[in-house]
Design a binder for this molecule. Structure first.
Ligand code: TMP
Length: 211
């Protein structure tokens, strides 16, 4: 008899800086908890002590670095995160809600920084050959609105302080990914009130659970 718990599901949340991911993830978590689903909430870059150290390095505006360095650091943090947090949680039957994952690397390093996508794919094939999110919620918002939100927060990090053109390239790459994988990536417009974002995300998750 096999008493192993059913493997958990892996849900990721994506969008440009200022799109409102925090509100979105809260909405998703509430929807799943209402159904009694055990959750682990985590984020990238981060989620482990080494991952958090790499996060500080990546976000500090004082640390200018080449796109390749940035990409390798993100995958180093991801390797640690996958093996220490994500896979153990999924294997124990918990669902993992992750704030950003591989789609962010394709959008930011591929779209934003111009890293060749095949390089990113090669690294993904090595670091997580079989781990693909079951569902990705992509928040979509006009770049102007998002940049306005970020500038209101003060203390912009190394990505947030990029020019609007960078965020436009990131947004365009996210849209292209959503068009390529409409089954996995579900878009939600987030230029509405936090309550409305939560309701829209709850609706997307509920409909996906029924599929
Ligand atoms: P956060 O502010 O959403 O926590 O994300 C931190 C920043 O890291 C965000 O500006 C996007 C960036 N990032 C990448 O550039 N590539 C990646 O693969 C990930 C996971 C994040």
């Amino acid at each position: 008899m096999n008493n192993a718990p059913a493997r958990g599901r892996f849900i990721t949340f994506e969008g440009i800086d200022g799109a409102g991911k925090t509100t979105c993830i809260e909405g998703a978590a509430a929807t799943l908890r209402d159904r009694g689903i055990p959750l682990v909430m985590t984020r990238e870059p981060g989620g482990t002590p080494v991952g958090n150290a790499i996060r500080s390095l990546l976000l500090d505006p004082a640390n200018a670095m080449l796109p390749g360095t940035e990409t390798l650091l993100l995958f180093a943090a991801r390797f640690e995160h996958i093996h220490r947090v994500i896979l153990p949680a999924l294997e124990s039957g918990q669902w993992v809600l992750c704030d950003r994952f591989i789609d962010a690397t394709i959008a930011y390093q591929g779209g934003g920084r111009g890293m060749p996508i095949e390089r990113i794919t090669q690294l993904a094939d090595w670091v997580h050959p079989t781990l693909v999110p079951d569902l990705t919620v992509l928040l979509e918002i006009d770049v102007g609105t998002a940049v306005h939100r970020i500038s209101g927060r003060g203390d912009a990090d190394r990505f947030e302080s990029e020019a609007s053109a960078f965020h436009e390239r990131v947004a365009a790459m996210y849209r292209a990914q959503a068009e390529r994988e409409p089954q996995r990536i579900r878009s939600v417009r987030s230029d509405v009130s936090p309550g409305e974002v939560r309701a829209r995300v709850a609706d997307v998750i509920s409909r996906w659970l029924e599929t």
